[in-house]
Ligand binder design. Structure first.
Ligand code: NAD
Ligand code: AHE
Ligand code: ZN
Length: 370
């Protein structure tokens, strides 16, 4: 079939809108009509050539919601007409990792996914006879896409696509990192570095679990107002206090340091601050931000010897097929706020505007409506 898609032709070039060829689902795969997709900073990072797994030409996008339109042979867990959220972290329930129950990082199709291919090692997308690569196993910047059935979460049919698409990455990543990765307890002091589409969801997760102080850190003061609305109690702008005084300011404000901190910037210097502002003996810092290829983190080992813990989180530690439908319920029950974080919507033809808004710091989430 033909489908309209935004094609990433090369690094640092605007996405190009094309009618691309999409071949149908093979065994264990489903054809999904994407109804809406968010634009995450990770899409921009890959488009900028910062992703060591970035491949071109490809169809980016990994934060979508849609409807199953066709199923391949052997598919049993979803049927035509089901509403689904694509999962860049699948849940096969059979691999060593899924069975361990210790991690959400299902390994069953990770190798081919990182090569921009479907599990059989081929692509379903092409343009003018030339192969296009998939992205994060999702490619939601295409109106129709093909997904393995283990990489879609079936969701309730009354959930609006234009809002719950954000659960496909940002909401789950932020809220999940608080609940599943960190296990933040009520009364904890929490610090969030980077108050964008992920950081604000960390803030609402921290508020949801009953955190005490929720300190937000961002170099863009315009982000503070929305963060306060979502539960931030104190704001620090490194440009005001001095970048070298941020850690001390947090330690002062928390009587010795944060119980939990989260990096939502992808900046490795900020990651160090996020670790070092943690409380001696027990403070835990969770890296969510994705750093440019080649970057490394560093700190004095004494920081860890004296009890601080450094860990990371992918997709909030969520097991997609199990947890994503629950997060949709939380939204539908009014427990989490998605609507106010979606600051812009646009048709696919205007998708490059979403990247411009992100880079200017003028949006939280832009959502493309098909
Ligand atoms: P965003 O652009 O919406 O927000 C980033 C925020 O960080 C902005 O408000 C910006 O002003 C702020 N910032 C930038 N540099 C800063 C600095 N030096 N100090 C303080 N604040 C600073 O991006 P997003 O969509 O929220 O994504 C945030 C990060 O999380 C990205 O690196 C993205 O790739 C990553 N991410 C990771 C996962 C995961 O599963 N681990 C999932 C989604 C996104
Ligand atoms: N491909 C990059 C790493 C990118 C990365 O860390 N991605 C996150 C999700 S970001 C969503 O917006 C993730 O889930 N990582 C786990 C995984 O298996 O990819 C690189 O460095 O090669
Ligand atoms: Zn994302």
């Amino acid at each position: 079939m033909k489908t309209k898609a935004a094609v990433a032709v090369a690094p640092n070039r605007p996405l190009e809108i094309h009618e691309v060829e999409l071949s149908g689902p093979k065994a264990g795969e489903v054809l999904v009509e994407i109804m809406a997709t968010g634009v995450c900073h990770t899409d921009a990072y890959t488009l900028e050539g910062k992703d060591s797994e970035g491949i071109f030409p490809s169809i980016l996008g990994h934060e979508g919601a849609g409807i199953v339109r066709e199923i391949g042979p052997g598919v049993t867990s979803v049927k035509v007409g089901d509403h689904v959220i694509p999962l860049y972290t699948p849940e096969c329930r059979e691999c060593k990792t899924c069975l361990s129950q210790k991690s959400n990082l299902c390994t069953s199709i990770r190798a081919t996914q990182g090569q921009g291919l479907m599990p059989d090692g081929t692509s379903r997308f092409s343009l003018g006879g030339d192969q296009l690569y998939h992205y994060m196993g999702c490619s939601t910047f295409s109106n129709f896409t093909v997904m393995p059935e283990i990489a879609v979460a079936k969701i309730r049919e009354d959930a609006p696509f234009d809002k719950v698409c954000y659960i496909g990455c940002g909401v789950t990543t932020g809220v999940g990192a608080v609940i599943w990765t960190a296990g933040v307890e009520p009364g904890s002091n929490v610090v969030v570095f980077g108050l964008g589409g992920i950081g604000l969801n960390v803030i609402q997760g921290a508020k949801l679990v009953g955190a005490n102080k929720i300190i937000g850190v961002d170099i863009n003061p315009a982000k503070a107002e929305m963060a306060e609305r979502f539960g931030m109690t104190h704001f620090i702008n490194p440009k005001d206090v001095g970048n070298d005084k941020v850690v001390a300011a947090i330690i002062d404000a928390t009587d010795g340091g944060a119980d939990y901190s989260f990096d939502c910037t992808g900046n490795t210097d900020v990651m160090r601050q996020a670790l070092e502002c943690c409380h001696r003996g027990w403070g835990e810092s969770v890296i969510i931000g994705v750093a440019e290829a080649g970057r490394e983190i560093s700190t004095r080992p004494f920081q860890l010897v004296t009890g601080r813990v450094w860990k990371g989180s992918a997709f909030g530690g969520a097991r997609g097929r199990t947890d994503v439908p629950k997060i949709v319920d939380w939204y539908m029950d009014g427990k989490i706020n998605i609507d106010d974080l979606i600051t812009h919507t646009m048709p696919l033809d205007d998708i490059n505007t979403a990247f411009d808004l992100m880079h200017a710091g003028d949006s939280i989430r832009s959502v493309v409506l098909y």
